[in-house]
Write a protein that binds this ligand. Sequence first.
Ligand code: SAM
Length: 209
Amino acid sequence: MSKEHSRDPHYKMAKREGYRARSAYKLLEIQNRFNIFKRTFYILDLGSAPGSWLQVAKKFAFENLEKYKDNYYHRDHFKIMGVDIKKLVPIEDVKIIKMDFTYPDFHKEINSFFKGEQLDLIISDASIRKSGNKFSDQVKQVKLCYKILEFSKYLKNKGNFIIKVFQGEDFEKFYVDMKKDFGLVKSYKPKSSKKKSNEIFLIGLNKLI
Ligand SMILES: C[S@@+](CC[C@H](N)C(=O)[O-])C[C@H]1O[C@@H](n2cnc3c(N)ncnc32)[C@H](O)[C@@H]1O
């Protein structure tokens, strides 16, 4: 274990609790604050490797099958798809695609897996490969975020969306643009996100159709 990891409580917790990455706790914190997994059964995760967000998504989707067996919106099964350029170790009952999600062919994968049905939730922890130059990295990340935001067309009315952005020059404009698509957009920096990192999550609630 590296020195940095040995001092990192979230890294140790992830090892202990069987999560593939410490990032799991960022999503769990977002869930605690915004309850984004309420009644979610059809979920898309963009930029999934090594897979801890998929593990979290599967846990909630599975629990929801029992939790929301009522007269309101519910399903008797869940469908979760993850995509990454990197190869992922398989997760049972989760569809994993190895592809660049900005490629047009990825839309075919979405349509064939979800059979044209609308999604309850889209989550993305995707990030560009950092060069170390905070300015150009931030610009590149926001460009990627605009591509990610295009996937919001697959959301159902009132569906939710999580996206990782880097704070910096173009952040405000992206925030304003995202607000056009959702009833409410909140920014949130989880405690488990490293302080030195300029990452921040935008939580789009209640997709407007
Ligand atoms: C921080 S990691 C995700 C960690 C993941 N949420 C977890 O909990 O295991 C970001 C991932 O985004 C992926 N990524 C970035 N751009 C992508 C793209 N255009 N297509 C597919 N994957 C992409 C990277 O390959 C990387 O694995």
